[in-house]
Design a protein around this ligand. Sequence first.
Ligand code: SOE
Length: 388
Amino acid sequence: MDNRPALGVGMVGYAFMGRVHSQAWRGVSAIFDLPVRPVMTALGGRSAEKAAAAAARLGWASVETDWRRIVERDDIAIVDICTPGDSHAEIAIAALDAGKHVLCEKPLANTVAEAEAMAEAARRAAAKGVRAMVAFNYRRVPAVALARRYVAEGRLGEIRHVRAQYLQDWIVDPEFPLVWRLQKEKAGSGALGDIGAHIIDLAQYITGQRLTGVSALTETFIKERPLAEESSGLAGESRTGAKGPVTVDDAALFIGRFDGGALGSFEATRFATGRKNALRIEVNGSLGSLAFDFEAMNELWFCDATEPDAGFRRILATEPHHPYAGAWWPPGHGLGYEHTFVHEVKDFLEAIATGTDPSPSFEDGLQVQRVLAAVEESAANGSRWTDL
Ligand code: SOE
């Protein structure tokens, strides 16, 4: 008999992010001892038939074809937003104003103005004990959380450099269709917001420093693509033969300064042929360095420059004393992409139960949105230095 208070969850959207979030809601209680129990109450999707099929497969108890019903229902305490960016602000603000805790996919919004309104709604809600978190899941990779711990403990000394890349190649083929991630009105921006947002968040999270200004380049290599009859986001749709304009960046590069004195370089691209999900970050400090690559996500590379003959050594971030790892399998039995979402909902549920502000907050999401906007502004102005 499970006597923990139940919290009904309503999730909007059931494509890639909806599937991986569902997996997290389904599994979290089996791995972590939580003070509350999430109940997968309702799945929201516009097509009743498709949403019902997704709900049956993913484990949701009911279906709503209008997200407003999810926000209204008394048996729902948490709203999980897994839709494209153009609906984040409307759903999140309505849910927070209705007293629901909100977990929202990244980037927080499509514009700074929307993100500001969302952060404002989160502030209003926090005064009533309602919590909001933005889903930068890579913070919850054990090796990344360990990197944060090393920096916070001072093991790297003064941070001088951050070198961050997020490299994918899923649209190298010019015949890849014009899915929603390639449309500005739906996605806000391209590689910049979709994957650049992750490395901006990670760089700031790991170092504890914030970007203060940037100089950027963006490019759209393939200007037109076949129209997709149905846009599910990543792949697999049928094509009509006609073409339409790509209205977002394919790649974004920028340099930046951090408020703690570090210099950063960032590269986000969907044209790094052969790189599938290579989120890489290296941090160099006065006492040592750290390096991480998501394609080998259980490893953190550390150089303690105070040791004789210092060089990088591999830490397998699967020890019981490493963040999150102890709840899972014995050392060396690695974790995968989906586990980062389990950790995310675990941290969110704990924040709700203990009445603390979750991290990353909507305020953090807004700050990342400001960096994205500064990158776009700089790139549009011949890479002009743009302060935040
Ligand atoms: C597609 O580029 C995508 O699914 C992103 O939207 C995710 O945030 C990233 O984790 C993996 O790639």
